[in-house]
Design a protein around this ligand. Structure first.
Ligand code: PEP
Length: 259
């Protein structure tokens, strides 16, 4: 029997889906996941579809997330969206520090920290992403990178704040590549992250924190990943764009978590 952390499966749609396509996908997901009560399920559409998807999810257990936020509340920040605006649009989760944002939009430890803090202040659950590149893994720097990212994002936050968030371990070499980390590789990184959290924030926080794995999660590799004691869920990119595959991931995660 795994630890009593409730599994969390989040779908990151990235820059995909018109409003119409988003509505179609969520309508199908609601039907396919109507009986699935043992897992927290989150969908993260692009900003433009948040409003319509939120309406559709009013009577559903599926929760709404955003893919990013800005740390300022309001003002002259053209193009940005704050945590309170996301809340207002119906979101309860937000992805922070995804590797694509670090890589293409120059996010730093400092911006990831500010965004994490701002999300918590707005009452959103941040899903804070960390993970090493292939070059870093091959240079034996995985733990060094993870330590710096975890410290960068979380140092200075209170225990109760850290307890309320989720961390996603997403090795960059596994994102969108079809090259999934082995359960042992993922578990090793998760144990390292949980130990970091334990050192900085204590045992209770470390035991409560949900650690998701992300990187080419598919229906057929979900169960073996989820059976690892420190893997509490998944952040899913490509396979979340299709109702059949995303709902199969959720169901396989639910089945594995009960074992
Ligand atoms: C992601 O974007 O967070 C991700 C894990 O993508 P994929 O599942 O497509 O590898």
């Amino acid at each position: 029997m795994k630890a009593l952390r409730r599994p969390l499966i989040a779908g990151n749609w990235k820059l995909n889906k018109t409003v119409k396509e988003a509505v179609e996908l969520v309508t199908l997901l609601k039907r396919l996941l109507a009986d699935c009560q043992d897992v927290d399920v989150v969908v993260c559409p692009p900003f433009t579809a948040l409003g319509e998807v939120s309406e559709l999810l009013i009577e559903s257990e599926i929760r709404l997330g955003a893919q990013d936020l800005y740390w300022e509340e309001k003002g002259a920040f053209t193009g940005e969206v704050s945590g309170s605006l996301l809340k207002d649009a119906g979101a309860s989760f937000v992805i922070v520090g995804h590797s694509e944002r670090r890589q293409f939009f120059h996010e730093t430890h400092e911006t990831v920290h500010k965004k994490t803090k701002a999300a918590l202040k707005s009452g959103l659950v941040p899903i804070v992403c960390v993970g090493e590149t292939l070059k870093e893994r091959e240079a034996d720097k995985t733990f060094e990178v993870l330590e710096a990212q975890i410290k960068g994002a979380l140092t200075g936050l209170g225990r109760e704040e850290v307890e309320g968030l989720a961390v996603a371990y997403e090795p960059v070499w596994a994102i969108g590549t079809g090259k999934v980390a082995t359960p042992a590789q993922a578990e090793e990184a998760h144990v390292f992250i949980r130990t970091q959290i334990l050192r900085e924030f204590g045992e209770d926080v470390a035991a409560a924190l949900r650690l998701l794995y992300g990187g080419s999660v598919k229906p057929d590799n979900t169960a073996e990943l989820m059976r690892e004691p420190d893997i509490d869920g998944a952040l899913v990119g490509g396979a979340s764009l299709e109702a059949q595959s995303f709902s199969a991931i959720v169901k396989n995660a639910a089945g594995a978590a009960l074992k």
